[in-house]
Write a protein that binds this ligand. Structure first.
Ligand SMILES: [Ca+2]
Length: 507
């Protein structure tokens, strides 16, 4: 215990030293560093070359990874668009965000967003494509900042957005005054669905290229769907490449921290929105020419709430007192690879209501509460209300899974078919406790929680998880979890009596 405390003290002092290094550097150099944050919508970590032998071509991002730092253990706190992005902009854990713990919320106005804070402090701030969302907010700007979506292009495939992200970034840079520092959010709408069916054929891909996870049947439908996804991941990469060229052209690359990520895993059953490794493990790559030592791979666990305090510190400011995440500036500028900060050895995850599709007697939309802890070896997940359907009720079409050829295929598997287990893995109810040995079972296929040999492991992980959640004020762990069922859903709601969609609430 003594040693642990000493270690914490040293790391704290290290953090203070770095912080003052920044303050001093900022005083000497009146031009503050810029921040370019590029975030894909629904791209799995494994889809990028730096995370393994991906069949998807991401040369621009692979180059940044080679010239910078790859985080092996980056997690999103809550694996769905709006909740994950809410953690990024606020620097808070998902269960500390009231209505914004859920998908499609009204973002409570009490929370501060790092892009707005930097704007108040003189940074030029903007976003293109998808910022925080979907949902409503009371502030003048999107939580990700003022919008730059004016420039359009003719998309190569129907599923790709006509927003020209790179051109909008260029426009943003053109507006910038010479010595003005900037913080920009380049958020592509890809590879979010929908996809042009068989777009992969036009791109010259082969069915044999696709890698099929073991929780799907290996067939032409699934392979084609994965390849259509690949086309959109490559679109994200191409715009990152163009944005880097813009920085180079303007001589800004040496003074810009570039961070690449994605909000959660690919929009397929059992991945997007789900508390399994591929849903919540995100890519995180940091590049800063001449500042971050190249080719490093770090094993420290970092999570989305850590991003806002990091950006605040990079800009030379103290993280806002609301921010509960922990800056990883020390990791960025360390010379080491592997584990740097011994305390970063696990992460907490959770979810409440994502999409609708679970009726309540009083007409509210029920959540599917889960809390989980991921350590180096294990994923332990507590499905707090296992009597509910994890991806929405069957009678409403399992709405918490985006429509897709893969989903349709799985839903049509006959209960007597040998492949019916694939349907169950994506849509069936789950046991209260799940435990996976991620080192041996990265796809979370074998639940160890039922085995007597793992009872103690489950007990210990749950105790550690709940202790930390209580310290963080999680209403669910404190016994007030039903509050999440009653926050208004701001998307198109469902009339549970007729099964019809109702109009979205206007803000
Ligand atoms: Ca998303």
């Amino acid at each position: 215990m003594y040693l642990k405390n000493q270690l914490k003290k040293i790391m704290f002092l290290g953090g203070v030293a770095l912080c003052s290094y920044y303050t001093q550097a900022a005083k000497k150099n009146p031009i503050k560093p810029n921040i370019l944050f590029c975030i894909a919508d629904d791209a799995s970590a494994k889809s990028f070359g730096t995370y393994g032998d991906s069949f998807i071509n991401t040369p621009a991002i692979d180059k940044l990874a080679k010239g910078g730092l790859t985080f092996e253990n980056a997690y999103n706190c809550n694996p769905k668009c709006a909740p994950a992005r809410a953690c990024i902009v606020t620097g808070k854990y998902s269960w500390q965000l009231k209505a914004a713990t859920n998908h499609w919320p009204m973002f409570p106005s009490e929370f501060k967003f790092y892009p707005h804070l930097l704007m108040e402090k003189g940074y030029k701030v903007g976003f293109t494509g998808k910022g925080w969302g979907p949902g409503s907010y009371a502030t003048k700007y999107n939580p990700a900042g003022p919008e730059y979506n004016k420039h359009k292009l003719k998309p190569p495939h129907k599923g790709i957005s006509n927003v020209d992200y790179a051109a909008n970034f260029e426009a943003f840079l053109s507006e910038k005054k010479k010595n003005e520092a900037f913080c920009f959010w380049l958020g592509t709408k890809e590879p979010h669905r929908f996809y042009e069916l068989d777009s992969w054929k036009k791109e010259g891909k082969k069915l044999t290229d696709a890698k099929v996870p073991p929780f799907y049947p290996d067939n032409v439908t699934v392979r084609g769907d994965i390849l259509d996804y690949a086309v959109e991941v490559e679109w994200f990469d191409s715009h990152v490449g163009k944005a880097i060229k813009s920085l180079e052209k303007r001589g800004l690359l040496e003074n810009t921290l570039v961070v690449i990520s994605s909000d959660h895993g690919m929009p397929f059953p059992r991945v997007k929105g789900q508390i399994y490794e591929e849903g919540f493990h995100v890519p995180l790559i940091a590049y800063w020419k001449g500042k971050i030592i190249k080719g490093r791979r770090v094993e420290d666990f970092v999570s989305f709430p850590d991003i806002a305090p990091t950006f605040m510190e990079i800009a030379g400011f103290k993280p806002d007192e609301q921010m509960t995440g922990k800056s990883f500036v020390d990791i960025l500028f360390s010379k080491k690879s592997g584990q740097i900060d011994a305390t970063r050895d696990h992460t907490l995850l959770g979810k409440e209501r994502h999409d609708i599709g679970r009726s309540n007697e009083d007409g509210t939309d029920l959540s599917y509460p889960v809390r989980a802890i991921r350590t180096k070896t294990y994923l332990y997940a507590h499905n707090i209300q296992p009597e509910r359907w994890p991806v929405g009720n069957p009678e409403y079409g399992f709405r918490n899974v985006d429509g897709s050829p893969t989903k349709t295929f799985l839903m049509n598997i006959d209960p007597y078919d040998k492949d019916y287990r694939f349907f169950e893995m994506s849509f069936a109810k789950r046991p209260e406790e799940e435990l996976y040995n991620i080192q041996k079972d990265p796809h979370c296929m074998v639940n160890l929680a039922t085995l007597p040999a793992y009872r103690n492991t489950c007990k210990e992980l749950r105790a550690q998880m709940e202790k930390e959640l209580i310290a963080q004020g999680d209403p669910r762990t404190l016994g007030n979890g039903e509050v999440f069922d009653h926050y208004q859903y701001y998307g198109k709601r469902l009339n549970y009596k007729t099964g019809e969609r109702m109009p979205a609430i206007e803000d």
